[in-house]
Design a protein around this ligand. Structure first.
Ligand SMILES: NC(=O)c1ccc[n+]([C@@H]2O[C@H](COP(=O)([O-])OP(=O)(O)OC[C@H]3O[C@@H](n4cnc5c(N)ncnc54)[C@H](OP(=O)(O)O)[C@@H]3O)[C@@H](O)[C@H]2O)c1
Length: 288
C-alpha cells in the first residue's frame, strides 16, 4: 500500500482501518482478519473503544507479522497527566499483544477537570509521550481533535512537536484553519468519519454525476476526496466487500471542479465540532 512519510521519517500506510464501535467480539476479530487479508496495513485503535483485546486477537489470528502492520492507539480522556500515560500505554500494548505502537495520540485536548488549565494538562501529558517516543515504545506521537490553539501550545512549548492530528474531515465539515496549520507545520492530517455524509450526498445530483464520471461508489468518491486533500482517510466497516471497495481508490482522480464542489458543499446535518469545549466523559471511559 502507498504511504505518507511523517516528519520523523516513519512511513504510514495511506488508508487506515478504523475499529470504533466494533464491540461484537466475532465481528471485531473477523473484521481485523478480513481487513488484513484484503490489504489494509494500518489499524486505528483507541483505549476507549474497549476492544483492543479483540483487535489483538484478530491480528494474532491473521498470521500477519507485526512488522507489516501500522498500529495506532489513543490515550483515553480520563487518563491525562504525566503519571498515568506509561500505565495506559502498557495496558494497550498488553491487549494488542505487542511491545510497541507505531503511533500514539492524545484523544481529546480538553478533558474533564481541565477546562481552564488544558495548556498545562496537555504539556504534562505530552512529556510522557516524548519519553516513551525516545525509548522507542512509541514510534511516532501525535494528537486528535486538536484545534489551532491546542496545536500551538504543543508546537511552541514542547520539545517534540506532534506528528499527526486526527480530526473529523468530510464534505460539509472542513476544518480549514486546522488543515492549514497542520500543512504548514508538517503535521499529517488523518480524517476520521470520512463517510459520514454518504447517505445524504448519494441523493445529490452533482454527486451522482461525479460517481458516474468515474464509475465509482459514493464511499470511493469520499475517500478519494480525502486523499486529494493530502490527508489520510480512516474508514470502518465489518463487511469484506466494503473493505475492498474502500481500498480501491487509486485508479482515478477528481477534477478541480469536483473537488471544489465537495469542499464547499454544506448541509444542516453537518456542522464542525467545537473542540474548545470540554469533552463530555465518553460512555465507555468509565468502564476501563
Ligand atoms: N479520534 C477520534 O475522536 C475519532 C472519532 C471517530 C472515529 N475515529 C476513528 O476513525 C474511524 C473511522 O470513522 P467512522 O467509524 O466514523 O467511519 P466511516 O468509515 O466514515 O463510517 C463508518 C460507517 O460507514 C459504513 N461504511 C463503511 N464503508 C462503507 C461503504 N463502502 N459503503 C457504505 N457504507 C460503508 C459502516 O457500516 P458497516 O460497518 O455496516 O459497513 C459504518 O456505519 C473509526 O473507526 C475510528 O477508528 C476517531
Amino acid at each position: 500500500m502507498d504511504t505518507y512519510t511523517l516528519v520523523n521519517g516513519i512511513s504510514i500506510p495511506r488508508i487506515g482501518y478504523g475499529t470504533w464501535k466494533n464491540l461484537n467480539p466475532k465481528e471485531c476479530v473477523n473484521g481485523i482478519k478480513y481487513a488484513l487479508e484484503l490489504g489494509f496495513k494500518h489499524i486505528d485503535c483507541a483505549r476507549v473503544y474497549a476492544n483492543e483485546k479483540l483487535v489483538g486477537q484478530g491480528i494474532l489470528e491473521s498470521g500477519v507479522e507485526r512488522k507489516d502492520i501500522f498500529i495506532t492507539s489513543k490515550l483515553r480522556n480520563s487518563a491525562h497527566g504525566y503519571e498515568h500515560v506509561r500505565k495506559e500505554v502498557e495496558a494497550t500494548l498488553a491487549d494488542l499483544n505487542t511491545d510497541y505502537l507505531d503511533l500514539y495520540l492524545i484523544h481529546w485536548p480538553v478533558v474533564a477537570g481541565h477546562q481552564e488549565d488544558w495548556r498545562e494538562d496537555n504539556l504534562d501529558t505530552w512529556k510522557a509521550f516524548e519519553e516513551l517516543y525516545e525509548e522507542g515504545k512509541l514510534k511516532a506521537i501525535g494528537v486528535s481533535n486538536f484545534s489551532v490553539n491546542h496545536l500551538e501550545n504543543l508546537v511552541e512549548n514542547a520539545r517534540i512537536a506532534p506528528m499527526v492530528n486526527q480530526i473529523l474531515i468530510h464534505p460539509g465539515v472542513l476544518l480549514t484553519e486546522e488543515m492549514e496549520y497542520c500543512r504548514k507545520h508538517d503535521i499529517l492530517l488523518e480524517a476520521y468519519s470520512p463517510l459520514a455524509p454518504l447517505s445524504v450526498l448519494t441523493k445529490n445530483e452533482t454527486f451522482q454525476k461525479i460517481m458516474a464520471n468515474h464509475g465509482k461508489s459514493p464511499a470511493q468518491i469520499l475517500i478519494r476526496f480525502i486523499l486529494e486533500l493530502g490527508a489520510l482517510p480512516l474508514t470502518k466497516t465489518i463487511h469484506p466487500s466494503r473493505m475492498s471497495e474502500n481500498l480501491h481508490v487509486n485508479d482515478f482522480s477528481l477534477t478541480k471542479e469536483e473537488m471544489d464542489f465537495l469542499a464547499t458543499w454544506s448541509h444542516p446535518d453537518f456542522t464542525p465540532r467545537d473542540n474548545q469545549k470540554e469533552r463530555p466523559p465518553q460512555a465507555l471511559d468509565a468502564k476501563i
